[in-house]
Every structure is written in C-alpha cells, then in structure tokens.
Design a protein around this ligand. Structure first.
Ligand SMILES: [Zn+2]
Length: 277
C-alpha cells in the first residue's frame, strides 16, 4: 500500500483512492479509542485511535486490533510505536487501497463497499499489513527491498487473517500469469527487484502486485528467521540493501508451504532466476 505523499519511510503495495480525507469529513466519522497493554503481547502495545466512515467499519477494525498485534509479534524485533491513528473510509467499488506513514504512526485505509458484502473479509489482513510497516525496525526497512517488505507484511497479515488467503493469492496469480508466457517479464522481476521508492510506488497495479507476489514467495520459503539472518548479515557486512542473490541463495532448497501451492509457478520462476545468472 502506498501513499501519494512519499516520505522517507513510506513503503507499501498499493495506492490510495484519490478521495482526500479532509478534517471536516473526519468529524463525521465514528471515532473509537482502544487502550494499550492488551496483555497478549510481551510488551506494552500502542494506543489506537480509529476514525471510520461507518460504525460497522469501526467495530470490525477494533475487533481486528488484538489478533493483528499478536501476528505482528512474530517479528523478531519491533519498533516502539506509542500511538497509532487509523482513518478508514468506505468507498464505492471493489478491493482496497491503503497506506501507512511509519514515522508518524498513522495509516489511511480505503475499503471498497463490495467488501462489506463479504463480511469485510480482508479488513484484518490489510490492517495487519500496515501495522507491520509501522512496527518494522528501521534496520529492516533500510535493508529490505520494498517488494520483500510488502511480501513480509502480507505473510504476517495472513497469519492474522487466514480467511484472506484465497483473496490475496488469487490477486497474485492473476498478476503473475503473464510472466509465464513472456521471458522479458520474467527478467523484469529481476530488474524490478530493488526499485527506488518513487519508482516502486508509481508502478501500475499489475506490476506492483507481481513484485509483491515475488517478495511474498521469497519470504514464506526463506521464513522470517531466515530474513532476519539476511538483515543481520547485511548489517555486519555494511551492505545497505540486501541484494537479490542473497535471497536466491537463502531460497535454495526451501519448500513452498502447502497453503501457498497456488504460487508454485512463482516458486519455479524464482528457481529459474537462481539458475540463470
Ligand atoms: Zn505495504
């Protein structure tokens, strides 16, 4: 999810709806506050302030905070965030748009109203995804390519919201399908692996989702401890950004988790990248 106002710490996989959130509009929102220190985490959790365009959306988000925080706790390290401000807006159409500003502890989420007919199935997933961005330590954010950070946020989002798996994997498979018919697109996965933030956030939707699918597959195969080892190695060796080759090396011989079998073609493609320097 991506905000159009690219501060140095904004990293996401989607762009927001063009509708701006004005202070006047927020006044009409249902606003709730959630206390910190839920007791389910090993340390004090942040306080939440949720402004949503409907009471129903407020309620769904509030219910999603505890499982989202438990999932975020799977990160080996967390940046301390004192307060999180969430603005959630229901907009016409399908899908979602969202963005987070880690430095400010704020996020804006736009949910297509058609998601309501499916019980807001992806709300918890998207909330968790953005919470990963907010809590990711700076050393991780600096060293992970953006598509891997988004893949990590998706992987943890699906821990909090397993019901969103079908929805998210279907998006991945759709975006990846052209890759398997076009060798140049395969190569674009390599060349697009570590784009600068401005280029990454300006990608068209399909290419963006394709790169996140690529990052997600690397993360679920290597595992979060494996990603942590790469971050530590980069830190020890003074490498600013972890190169693709390190991920491919860590990927070698790892299995695709059975629940991610729809991404088998992506898994095979990464193996091809590994064997074709
Ligand atoms: Zn993101």
């Amino acid at each position: 999810m991506i905000l159009s106002d690219p501060g140095p710490a904004v990293v996401c996989g989607d762009r927001p709806h063009s509708t701006a959130t004005t202070p006047m509009r927020l006044l009409s929102f249902a606003v709730i506050f959630l206390a910190s220190c839920a007791g389910t985490s090993s340390h004090c959790d942040p306080e939440f302030r949720i402004s949503a365009s409907t009471p129903e959306l407020s309620e769904v988000l509030a219910d999603s905070v505890p499982p989202a925080l438990r999932a975020v706790d799977t990160l080996p390290a967390r940046r301390h965030v004192r307060e999180i401000v969430i603005h959630a807006i229901e907009v016409p159409g399908t899908g979602y748009r969202g963005g987070s500003l880690p430095a400010e502890g704020s996020m804006e989420l736009h949910f297509g109203s058609e998601l309501r007919t499916h019980g807001w199935v992806v709300v918890r997933f998207l909330l968790t995804h953005e919470l990963v961005h907010l809590h990711l330590p700076e050393v991780w954010r600096k060293r992970l390519p953006h598509c891997v950070e988004d893949g990590l946020a998706d992987a943890i989002g699906l821990i909090a919201d397993p019901e969103a798996r079908h929805y998210r994997l279907a998006e991945y498979v759709d975006a990846l399908r052209p890759v398997f018919k076009d060798p140049e697109l395969l190569e674009s996965c390599r060349s697009g692996f570590d784009l600068d933030l401005a280029t990454y956030v300006a990608l068209d939707r399909e290419r963006l989702v394709r790169l996140v699918a690529f990052g997600y597959t690397l993360v679920v195969c290597i595992g979060i401890p494996g990603i942590e080892s790469l971050v530590e190695r980069a830190e020890a060796e003074g490498v600013e950004r972890i190169p693709l080759d390190w991920f491919l090396e860590a990927f070698r011989g790892q299995d695709l988790p059975i629940e991610d079998l729809p991404l088998m073609d992506c898994y095979v493609t990464i193996n091809q990248l590994r064997t074709k320097p």
